[in-house]
Design a protein around this ligand. Structure first.
Ligand SMILES: N=c1c2ncn([C@@H]3O[C@H](COP(=O)(O)OP(=O)(O)OP(=O)(O)O)[C@@H](O)[C@H]3O)c2ncn1[C@@H]1O[C@H](COP(=O)(O)O)[C@@H](O)[C@H]1O
Length: 112
């Protein structure tokens, strides 16, 4: 059982586990089986989980919604790890956006 002290800890521990499955046996590890199948299968899984998240978002069941969100986040992390990116590449990009409104960022793009 992992030590759940903060959302950031959970994400980094999960990502470390996901990265550690590189080269693992696909029969005993679901993540390794995804790596073995490759980017098309992992990306398709992300698409399926996104669709299931959208459906769950329109229903009242918070537990089911969180379940689908977790499946979606999990598979996007597997996709990122399969590409060889560190978790910090995502957190750095999100941190870079701190303080910039989406409206302002979009207006800047439109003016270019
Ligand atoms: N967080 C997860 C996690 N979330 C979801 N899943 C799996 O993702 C799969 C997708 O589920 P779905 O029902 O959507 O898909 P499916 O089973 O292929 O069936 P259908 O889509 O056909 O319905 C399931 O097998 C889930 O168990 C996960 N598998 C693993 N982890 C973490 O990764 C760790 C290592 O896992 P292994 O690589 O399997 O050792 C685990 O200890 C967990 O901490």
């Amino acid at each position: 059982m992992i030590n759940v002290s903060s959302p950031a800890d959970v994400l980094s521990q999960l990502y470390a586990t996901i990265e550690s499955r590189k080269g693992a046996d696909a029969k005993s590890s679901y993540i390794a089986s995804l790596y073995e199948k490759g980017v098309d299968t992992i990306a398709k899984k992300v698409g399926e989980e996104a669709a299931e998240t959208i459906i769950a978002a329109k229903n009242d069941d918070d537990g089911a919604f969180v379940h689908e969100l977790a499946d979606l986040w999990f598979h996007t992390l597997v996709l990122m790890a399969h590409r060889g990116l560190p978790l910090e590449s995502l957190s750095a990009e999100l941190a870079r956006r701190f303080g910039t409104s989406g409206h302002a960022e979009k207006a800047l793009r439109a003016s270019k």
